[in-house]
Design a protein around this ligand. Structure first.
Ligand SMILES: [Zn+2]
Length: 150
């Protein structure tokens, strides 16, 4: 925590609660915003965009807000979730769907556990680690031929 080295106070945008940083010395000359880790809060950033008059310098700089976890949780019904295809959805609905999907996937894994497949220890491998397949081992890999003398 380095509240002492911050040249200004870090506070939650919503409730004004003081926010500390996790073991990062952000305000050192060599550090950048990758080491900016608010403790118990989120950093929300925007480059600005067409449609806002508040912040839109279009020069790669950003405006950031810190919001404490409690304020995020209390207002989660107002948040948006953005999936990897950049589609928007109400946050709470998206979280509920993700939780149901994770539960279903967990149940599926528990119902059908993956049995690790090991090669028999006596199987020989070449210098690249691939199994050496000779005629005998190749025959054992083939399904049994139906008997022709029935
Ligand atoms: Zn707050």
């Amino acid at each position: 925590m380095n509240d002492k080295t911050a040249p200004f106070k870090l506070v939650c945008l919503i409730c004004g609660k003081s926010i500390s940083l996790l073991d990062a010395d952000l305000f050192d000359e060599d550090s950048n915003d990758k080491s900016f880790l608010p403790n118990g809060a989120m950093e929300l950033c925007s480059y600005g965009h067409y449609g806002t008059t508040f912040f839109d310098p279009c020069d790669g700089t950003q405006v950031a807000a810190l919001i404490c976890d409690e304020c995020m949780e209390e207002r989660s019904s107002r948040l948006l979730y953005i999936n990897k295809q950049r589609q928007l959805k109400p946050f709470d609905i998206a979280m509920k769907e993700l939780e149901e999907r994770w539960k279903a996937e967990k149940a599926e894994r528990e119902a059908n556990p993956v049995v690790p497949q090991f090669l028999p220890e006596e199987r020989q491998v070449d210098e690249d680690g691939y199994p050496i397949i000779n005629e005998e081992s190749f025959r054992t890999m083939l399904p049994e031929k139906p008997s022709t003398n029935n």
